[in-house]
Design a protein around this ligand. Structure first.
Ligand SMILES: C[C@H](CCC[C@@H](C)[C@H]1CC[C@H]2[C@@H]3[C@H](O)C[C@@H]4C[C@H](O)CC[C@]4(C)[C@H]3C[C@H](O)[C@]12C)C(=O)SCCNC(=O)CCNC(=O)[C@H](O)C(C)(C)COP(=O)(O)OP(=O)(O)OC[C@H]1O[C@@H](n2cnc3c(N)ncnc32)[C@H](O)[C@@H]1OP(=O)(O)O
Length: 383
């Protein structure tokens, strides 16, 4: 796998950092998740695939010292706390990079390491709001709408941070040096929205929210309910594809207003909606599959893995617990990701083996354990 041999220490966090660690693990990195003690706490990381867990109390000086030693032997540290937390623990970048100048110290936060909000709490919706992107999302005459926590937490956060780490790893092959990554989700999601900024002069966004080409204003870029209560997604932007949509709907384009006649869009939406409501999703699929009309079913999580196209590409996988999830993307031809099929780790499940691997002696481990700096958890037998 592409990242084989890369050693990552991920400090347990809420949602974005766990995705970042999981991506690196899927592509072959050895990811150690540092969980809090006590180990009786339930892991909140549902993206623990391929990781091992070490339970360590960072608030105690010997615990912080353990992390410093781990970072001496690691390539990457991912920390998900607000600015100042690591410094307070004596684990700031100036300390860790001095001890290991090759370390890539990734700081994945909402607001970044500097600025008015650097020390404030926040969540996806707040980062999305501050990036300007949230103001663009939502239907006509409705409040801005945050599409789950996908955009800031995961796209602008976890994925962007993984990109930063891989870029820094590549740069290190030339310089031999690590560096600090200040991955702010506000900036990550703003960067992700570059197209919106760069396309402003094209007139794509001149109208109020929900009345533009790609923000649910256009009838040919919309979802429509079918006779069986399901939905179809329509993305027929280019005129040649729009023509196929019109044909599939059984309409005659000579009798319709022009595709880009904004004032007719609300009426056209009503027309399309009433036609889509006359057939089931399966019936619409049989009409549009194999055409270039850019019309696809809106699949539920129940249906997605068994859809023929996804099945043909094995886009979804089942782990040993029979849980379905998306296969890592993108597909690399020679060195594809090989996700673990095992269950996620329990908190502290691998404490001892990780410490041994990072050069701690049995004696040291016993002392850390008796001082309650680390915790060790053995999975219970399934009786
Ligand atoms: C919208 C999403 C969030 C969705 C998350 C949900 C999926 C989950 C949220 C709540 C979960 C539920 C809940 O936990 C209850 C149940 C628990 C059960 O176990 C499972 C079921 C639950 C129902 C559970 C289910 C789900 O998991 C939830 C519903 C987001 O937007 S996530 C993005 C958030 N933002 C960031 O990550 C940006 C950077 N981080 C921050 O800004 C802050 O960390 C944040 C998120 C605001 C939290 O602030 P907080 O004050 O809590 O933390 P920090 O200031 O960062 O400081 C951390 C402190 O912890 C100490 N520490 C860390 N590690 C250790 C250690 N190993 N040992 C000792 N101490 C440690 C550290 O020193 C800091 O201490 P101080 O505060 O004293 O400095």
């Amino acid at each position: 796998m592409a990242l084989r041999g890369v050693r990552v220490v991920e400090l347990a966090g809420l949602a974005p950092a766990p995705l970042c660690g999981m991506i690196l693990a899927d592509f072959g990195a050895q990811v150690v998740r540092v969980d809090r003690t006590p180990r009786s706490a339930v892991a909140t990381d549902v993206q623990g695939r391929g990781k091992r867990s070490l339970a360590l109390d960072l608030k105690r000086a010997p615990g912080a010292a353990v992390l410093r030693r781990l970072c001496c032997g690691a390539d990457v540290l991912i920390e998900p706390f607000r600015h100042g937390v690591m410094e307070k623990l004596g684990l700031g970048p100036e300390v860790l990079l001095q001890e290991n100048p090759r370390l890539i110290y990734a700081r994945l936060t909402g607001f970044g390491q500097t600025g008015k909000y650097a020390k404030s709490a926040g969540h996806d919706i707040n980062y999305l709001a501050l990036s300007g992107v949230l103001s663009k999302l939502g239907r006509k005459n409705e409040n801005p709408y945050a599409p789950i926590n996908l955009l800031a937490d995961f796209a602008g956060g976890g994925v962007m941070c993984a990109m930063g780490i891989i870029t820094a790893l590549y740069e290190r092959t030339k310089s031999g040096k690590g560096q600090v990554i200040d991955a702010s989700m506000v900036e990550g999601v703003a960067y992700l929205s570059s197209f919106l900024w760069k396309s402003q002069n094209l007139g794509l966004w001149n109208r109020p929210r929900g009345e533009n080409l790609l923000d649910s204003g256009a009838p040919f870029y919309e979802t429509y309910k079918t006779a069986d209560g399901k939905f179809m997604a329509v993305g027929a932007i280019e005129p040649q594809f729009y023509e196929q949509l019109i044909k599939g709907l059984g309409l005659d384009s000579d009798k319709l207003p022009g595709q880009l006649s904004f004032s007719d869009w609300p009426e056209m939406k009503k027309k399309f909606a009433s036609i889509f409501a006359q057939k089931t999703q399966a019936e619409w699929c049989s009409i549009f599959d194999g055409t270039d009309a850019c019309v696809t079913p809106v699949l539920s999580f129940d249906d997605v893995a068994s859809h023929q196209h996804n099945k043909q590409r094995s886009s979804f996988i089942k782990n040993d617990q029979e849980e379905t999830s998306p296969r890592p993307a993108p597909l690399l031809s020679r060195t594809p990701a090989v996700p673990s099929f095992e269950r996620d780790p329990f908190i502290g499940e691998h404490t001892e083996e990780i410490l041994l691997e990072y050069g701690f002696t049995k004696q040291e481990i016993t002392e850390l354990y008796s001082e309650k700096v680390i915790e060790v958890s053995k999975p219970k037998a399934n009786l």
